[in-house]
Design a protein. Structure first.
Length: 522
């Protein structure tokens, strides 16, 4: 009798538990080693291990729904699935889905080519057939990149998964494939497939959620943060199991390509500076009287300066990546034992530097977002963005950058246009200080407010403006930089301040240098 009672109690408890579980629908597609259905039709991979542990702690019943990538995203948008693991964050996608605030892992895209295609640089993609995953970040990134260089491939072949893409490559129906950096860890790509030195679009991979399930997003964020605090957690176990390259006697090939790719990126940045400057000069000669074209030219000149600043920001992390790679290579060549913990530390260091490079790109990309409407902002926010962009370039030239807030006022304006003007003026001051070889050179930014206006003063100690040039430097196409300048920077700054920001730009000499004053009328 007692036995029957115990069985009945167990049955009731089981039924109660099953009904207490929350059912959560998960999209799953084939993208080893991050997420996939294995040979036994069981959900597997890095993202799945983490999600299964969260489900266990939250008493979720996970329903895995197989789908191809583009269908998965459509189902997530329609609310047919609740969570989609392994989604690269982008501003466009944030309009459709909720994302976990906590990033899971960083990634970037790699281009693999057929050995007969002979792809050794991005310019080799002219007239090539490129396989891309339908609806993916890689697809939009490669199209945008090739358009920027006016490179026209023969075709973009959209595929439902990477397996299909590499099958097309094996049969030489396409010339190259773009995939994530993890794909090679769990796949034999064949002897005819060659990894190129073309790396594209750093991104942060996260869990994406249906816009109706903010509760799930908060819960996953909570657990991710807790997992990352504990080195013994499922997060680090899954990382070790699925996406950490196994220790070998050779330097990992991806590390070699990452170093080569970093050098290639720097060369591309230098080339872009040259191209943009030539474009500005050519346009200014052809379209002298059109203000909109001149505004575009000024923007392109700023882009050239910005790319140069990115190179300054990237120099140190690239050096750190190169140093760690060389340390690993040296240990191998000297036949020294590489301790697992030391190698893991070096790999983490490299990953951190890649994250820094990604964050830097985000900071600079924000500068080029167009402001179609005025935004209420504090002047300190604009100055902080200015400091992020300009500080490294000034430091490398031993120029002290001083900020004095006499008033941290709030104003309604176009922040990026104001930032462009500030960059133009500070870059001019920097060039003067470098040309004059000024000892203890410095640039000072002072903010203040009066009854009628908000003001920003930018002063240097470069010796001041010669009297005979005082009335000429704001004229269209006048420059003191010979063939290095276009004469558009200060002219367009005056135009932007006057016509877009409702203010004025004036200049005079004070003490041992020049001061430019931006006045924005209330």
């Amino acid at each position: 009798m007692l036995k029957k009672i115990l069985i009945a109690i167990s049955y009731v408890a089981m039924i109660t538990y099953v009904h207490a579980q929350e059912s959560v629908n998960i999209g799953i597609y084939q993208n080893e080693p991050k997420i996939f259905m294995d040979s036994k039709n069981k959900p597997s991979g890095f993202f799945i291990d983490i999600l299964d542990e969260i489900a266990l702690r939250e008493s979720w019943k996970l329903n895995y729904i197989p789908c191809v990538w583009s269908e998965c995203l459509n189902m997530l948008e329609d609310g047919k699935i609740d969570i989609m693991p392994d989604v690269a964050y982008s501003v466009e996608r944030e309009q459709k889905f909720l994302f976990s605030k906590e990033a899971v892992i960083s990634s970037w895209s790699v281009l693999y080519g057929h050995k007969k295609a002979k792809i050794d640089s991005i310019f080799s993609l002219q007239d090539k057939r490129i396989a891309v995953l339908k609806g993916s970040i890689q697809s939009s990134a490669i199209k945008k990149l090739l358009n920027s260089f006016n490179i026209k491939p023969a075709a973009y072949k959209e595929v439902s998964d990477f397996k299909e893409a590499f099958e097309l490559l094996a049969h030489h129906e396409v010339d190259c494939v773009i995939t994530n950096r993890f794909y090679e860890l769990n796949h034999n790509l064949g002897t005819d497939t060659v990894r190129t030195n073309i790396l594209i679009e750093p991104s942060m991979l996260k869990y994406a959620f249906s816009s109706f399930r903010s509760d799930l997003a908060d819960t996953v964020d909570y657990h991710l943060k807790e997992f990352k605090k504990n080195q013994e957690s499922v997060f680090y176990q899954a990382e070790e199991k699925w996406i950490t390259p196994k220790v070998s006697t050779e330097v990992p090939i991806w590390l070699v390509w990452a170093s080569i790719g970093s050098i290639f990126v720097i060369l591309i940045l230098v080339l872009l500076v040259i191209i943009f400057r030539k474009m500005v000069i050519k346009k200014s000669e052809e379209l002298l009287q059109k203000e909109e074209i001149m505004l575009m030219q000024s923007r392109q000149a700023s882009m050239g300066e910005m790319i140069n600043m990115i190179a300054h920001q990237w120099r140190q992390p690239l050096s750190v990546i190169s140093m760690d790679a060389n340390n690993i290579r040296a240990s191998i060549e000297l036949q020294e034992e590489i301790r697992h913990q030391e190698l893991k530390k070096s790999m983490q260091n490299i990953s951190d530097q890649v994250q820094y490079l990604s964050n830097t790109i985000d900071d600079f990309r924000n500068f080029f977002k167009p402001n179609k409407t005025k935004i209420k902002t504090h002047i300190s926010h604009v100055i902080n963005n200015l400091e992020k962009i300009i500080s490294k370039s000034l430091q490398d030239n031993n120029i002290e950058f001083i900020i004095k807030y006499k008033t941290d006022y709030s104003l309604n304006t176009y922040p990026n246009e104001l930032l462009q003007v500030l960059l133009n003026i500070i870059n001019n001051a920097k060039d003067i200080l470098i040309d004059q070889k000024v000892a203890n050179s410095k640039i000072t930014v002072i903010t203040l407010e009066t009854e009628d206006s908000y003001s920003i003063e930018i002063c240097d100690n470069g010796g001041g403006i010669p009297k005979d040039l005082m009335s000429k430097i704001g004229e269209q196409y006048f420059t003191t930089k010979a063939d290095k300048g276009t004469g558009l920077g200060l002219y367009m700054s005056i135009t932007i301040i006057k016509k877009h920001l409702n203010g004025s730009l004036t200049w005079n000499n004070r003490d041992d240098g020049a001061c430019f004053t931006i006045s924005l009328f209330k």
